[in-house]
Write a protein that binds this ligand. Structure first.
Ligand SMILES: [Zn+2]
Ligand SMILES: [Zn+2]
Length: 269
């Protein structure tokens, strides 16, 4: 089954796409189920902060279910940045609305440093990008241990933006002990990881995270795996989903997870 479990619409500050257009694109590409995972940020420096209007968003989801429900299952999702640091606010929005699926993300590695900014690689950690990655994954352990979410988004997110600084020298295997600690915490709490295909359409060799991490997760007993494009526009909905499915199968997964009211269900791949 083809699904896309990481998509944005104009309810996220960094997307212009109407939800209807994203649904149409999904149907054209043979996607049977889509989760809209809108940005929910609380960091004052982030343009996406306090942007989501959940009540209107839920109305749009209901409208799309009415319009496309015979061809596409539409899930109400949210992508919460640093849920471990903003637990009270996150709890409020999670309690207030009937979410199907919650992604937990680490975009701001500290309240001052966003991983998409060059500073993450150039001045933070005195320009030692290996140390920057180490601190990123270390912070992710806290998120994995304490955040309220279902699936941890794009595990090595900085890899998407830093090639100008690290070229092809970045290798997640250098951080294996820390990354495995993240995975251990997820498995202990019954949470999952995603294969986020966004880097592939940026010309990068691997998704977030690379196949080796999906394998570690599986070997360690991880069961909940979702697949998403991180599309912010219709052209990207469903992008490289088949490649992600191949990675999942190679890693030993016979199923991927879909969610309804935050409960996983497993579908054969
Ligand atoms: Zn994200
Ligand atoms: Zn996203």
């Amino acid at each position: 089954m083809r699904v896309d479990y990481h998509c944005h619409t104009h309810f996220s500050q960094d997307s212009q796409a109407p939800m209807e257009s994203q649904c149409q694109a999904a149907i054209e590409r043979g996607i049977e189920e889509i989760a809209f995972t809108e940005h929910e940020d609380y960091n004052p420096g982030d343009p996406t902060s306090f942007y989501l209007r959940p009540a209107e968003y839920m109305q749009a989801v209901v409208r799309c279910r009415e319009q496309f429900g015979d061809r596409l299952r539409v899930r109400a999702g949210i992508e919460i940045s640093e849920p471990h640091r903003h637990a009270a606010r996150a709890a409020q929005v999670l309690q207030q609305y009937p979410w199907d699926f919650v992604l937990g993300s680490l975009h701001w590695v500290t309240p001052e440093i966003n991983t998409v900014l060059p500073e993450f690689f150039t001045t933070w950690c005195d320009g030692d990008w290996r140390e920057a990655f180490r601190r990123y994954f270390t912070e992710m352990i806290a998120l994995a241990q304490h955040g309220d979410f279902d699936v941890l988004a794009h595990i090595d997110y900085p890899a998407r933006y830093g090639t100008a600084f690290f070229g092809d020298a970045y290798d997640i295997r250098e951080y294996e002990p820390i990354v495995r600690e993240v995975l251990r915490a997820l498995i202990a709490r019954g949470k999952g990881i995603e294969i986020n295909t966004s880097p592939l359409r940026r010309g990068l060799p691997a998704p977030n995270p690379p196949a080796v991490v999906v394998r570690w997760f599986r070997e360690m007993g991880g069961e909940i795996l979702t697949i998403g494009s991180d599309a912010h526009a219709p052209a990207d909905v469903g992008a490289d989903i088949d490649r992600a499915l191949a990675i999942a199968r190679d890693a030993g997964f016979a199923h991927i997870a879909v969610f309804e009211r935050r409960q996983p269900r497993f579908v054969r791949i």
